[in-house]
Design a protein around this ligand. Sequence first.
Ligand code: TYM
Length: 332
Amino acid sequence: MTRIFSGVKPTGHLTLGNYLGAIRRWADEDQHRAESLFCVVDLHALTMEHDPARVRRLSRQAASLMLAAGLDPQGCTVFVQSHVDEHARLSYLLECVATDGEMRRMIQYKEKVVRAQSAGQSVRLSLLTYPALMAADILAYGADEVPVGEDQAQHVELTRDLAERFNLRYGRTFVVPRVTLPTVAARVMDLQDPTGKMGKSHDSTAGIIYLLDEPAVITKKVTRAVTDSASGVEYEPSERPGVANLLEILSSCTGKEPRTLAEDYDSYGALKRDTAEAVVELLRPLQTRHAELSADPGYVDGVLKDGAARARALARPTVDAAYRAIGLLPPT
Ligand code: TYM
C-alpha cells in the first residue's frame, strides 16, 4: 500500500495557504487512499528565534486544527515529531550524506538567513541542516509520496537525492519518495504582496488569512487585497498576480477552473465578495470543530500519544537498518 508522510511546522498560526496547499488534501484525499502519517514537526520550529511557551501552544493548536480539518485518527497517524526519537537519530546520518553546498543552495535557507539578519538575529546552525531533518522525517517511514505546497518541493527533491545517494553507497535502505502538489493553490500568495507566498511567520498579517480568523476579519482582508489598476478580470498569474491569486483561492473553494471563473466577473468588487464568502464558508466547519476539540484537550493528547506509538514502531526498523548499513556497530 502506498505510504504518505507530510507535516506542518508550529511557527505561527496556520494559514489558508497551509490548508489549501496541504492539509485539505491530506484530509479529503490522502488519508483515504494510502497509509498516511501527518506530523506536527516541532523540532523544525526551533531553527529561528523562538519562544518555548509559544511553540508548545502552537504545536497543540496545529494538531487540533489538523483533526478539525478532518484527519481521522482511526484512518491515519497524527503525531508530534519530537515524540519520536527516530527523526533526530536519522537526521544525523543524512547530514553525513548531504553536502554543505547543497544545503546552502536551498531557497528557504537563503531567504531565512536574510530575514534573521535583518531582524538582528544570529543564524542558527539548525537552519542550515533543516533539510536533513526534513529528509529524515520522510525517509524514516519509507514514504512513497509527500503532499506539500510548492514551496517545499525543493526540499523533497533534496530528500530524493539523499535517499538515492545513501542507497547507492550503503545498499538499498530507503524508499525514494516523490512530491505531490495540488492542481490549484499550490502557492497561495500574500493578499497584500501577491509576489510573495502567504506565510504563517510573516511580520505583517494584513495579507494572511489564518484558519481561525473570524468571518469579518477574513472579509476585510480579502476586500483589501492588492489587485492592479487594469480593468476587467483575467487569469494572468505573471502579469496580474493579485487577481490570479484571488481566482486561485476561489477556484480551490469552488472546484471551478480559475480561467473559467474569470469569465464570470467584470469587477474586482464582485470577485472579492464571492471569494471572501467562499473562504468563510470553507473554514466554518473547521472552526466549529476546532472549538469543540479545544474544549477537550485530553482527546487531542490521547490521539497524539497513540500516534507517536504507531509512528515509532514504523520508523524504528528503517532507522536501525540505516545505522547498520552506514557502518555503525549494532548494540549487543
Ligand atoms: P510549513 O509548516 O511551512 O507548511 C506546511 C504545508 O503547507 C504548505 N504551504 C503552502 N501551500 C500553498 N500556499 C502557501 N502559501 C503555503 N504555505 C505553506 C507547505 O508547502 C507545506 O506543505 N518544511 C515543512 C514542514 C516539514 C515537512 C516535513 C513537510 C518538515 N518535515 C516532511 C513534508 C514532509 C514546512 O516548513 O512546512
